[in-house]
Design a protein around this ligand. Structure first.
Ligand code: SAH
Length: 222
C-alpha cells in the first residue's frame, strides 16, 4: 500500500498543478493547439517520471537525464509529436518505440489512445512500469524488444511514434502502419529533424519538420 501523503507531498502536488498549468500555457504559445494534447500534458504529473533530485526542473522546457545515458524529451517535443500523430482524428492504436521513463507513453494514454510501447533496455522498461503505476496509468502494453522490428503481431497501427533518432526510416514500421496511418520520428545524426510519414491509398508521403535532438535508435535488445 502507498504511504499516506505528507504535508510536503501535498504542497508539492499543488505546486506541480500550478506549474503544469503554466507549462501548458507555454505549449499553447508555441503553437500546440489540439485540446486533447494540452489536457493530457496538463494531467500527467511529469515530476513522477524524473529522478527525485531533478523533480523541481520537471516542468521546465528541457530534456533531462533518466539514467543509462538516456533522456526524457522536453515537453514541447512530446506535445508536438503527439499532436502530429493524432491531429484531426481519433488516436486509435499507437505503437511507441523507446519507452524511456514512460512519460510520452503516459501522455499518449491520456489522449485516449490504445498504447503499445517498446523499449530495448530491460532496466529502463522496469522503471517506466513503476513510474506509470505511480501515475495510476497501468493500461499500456509494455514490450521489451527491438523497436526496429516493431510488433507485427499487434499491427496494423494508426500511429507510430519513435522517440530515438534513426538514420533511415525503419521499413518494418512503415509496413506495420494502417492505411491512413502516421509515423512520426526524428531522422539524422548530428543534425536531426522530425519527419511525418503518412501511408495513403496513393502511397507514402514524407514531410520534414522541426529540427530536434534525440538519443540514437540502436539495434537489438540491451
Ligand atoms: N519518450 C521517452 C524518451 C525516450 S529516450 C520518455 O518520455 O522518456 C529513447 C529511448 O529509446 C531510450 O530509452 C532507448 O533505450 C530507447 N531505444 C533506442 N533504440 C531502441 C530500439 N531499437 N528499440 C526500442 N527502444 C530503443
Amino acid at each position: 500500500m502507498a504511504a499516506p501523503l505528507t504535508p510536503q507531498d501535498q504542497a508539492y502536488g499543488m505546486l506541480s498543478e500550478r506549474t503544469r498549468r503554466r507549462m501548458t500555457e507555454r505549449l499553447r504559445q508555441h503553437g500546440v493547439s489540439d485540446e486533447r494534447v494540452l489536457t493530457a500534458m496538463f494531467e500527467v504529473p511529469r515530476h513522477l517520471f524524473v529522478d527525485q533530485a531533478l523533480a523541481t526542473r520537471a516542468y521546465d522546457d528541457v530534456s533531462l537525464p533518466i539514467g543509462h545515458g538516456q533522456t526524457i524529451s522536453q515537453p514541447l517535443t512530446v506535445a508536438r509529436m503527439t499532436e502530429l500523430l493524432i491531429q484531426g482524428r481519433q488516436p486509435g492504436k499507437i505503437l511507441e518505440i523507446g519507452t524511456g521513463c514512460g512519460y510520452q507513453t503516459a501522455v499518449l494514454l491520456k489522449t485516449g489512445a490504445e498504447v503499445y510501447s517498446m523499449e530495448r533496455l530491460g532496466a529502463i522498461l522496469d522503471q517506466a512500469r513503476k513510474n506509470l503505476r505511480a501515475a495510476k496509468l497501468v493500461h499500456a502494453r509494455l514490450v521489451h524488444g527491438d523497436g526496429y522490428l516493431g510488433l507485427p503481431e499487434a499491427a496494423p497501427f494508426d500511429g507510430i511514434l519513435i522517440a530515438a533518432a534513426a538514420r533511415a526510416v525503419p521499413a518494418a514500421l512503415v509496413e506495420q502502419l494502417a492505411e491512413g496511418g502516421k509515423l512520426v520520428l526524428p531522422l539524422g545524426e548530428s543534425e536531426q529533424h522530425l519527419w511525418l510519414i503518412e501511408k495513403t491509398a496513393q502511397g507514402i508521403q514524407k514531410s520534414r519538420l522541426d529540427p530536434v535532438k534525440f538519443v540514437p535508435l540502436l539495434n537489438g535488445r540491451g
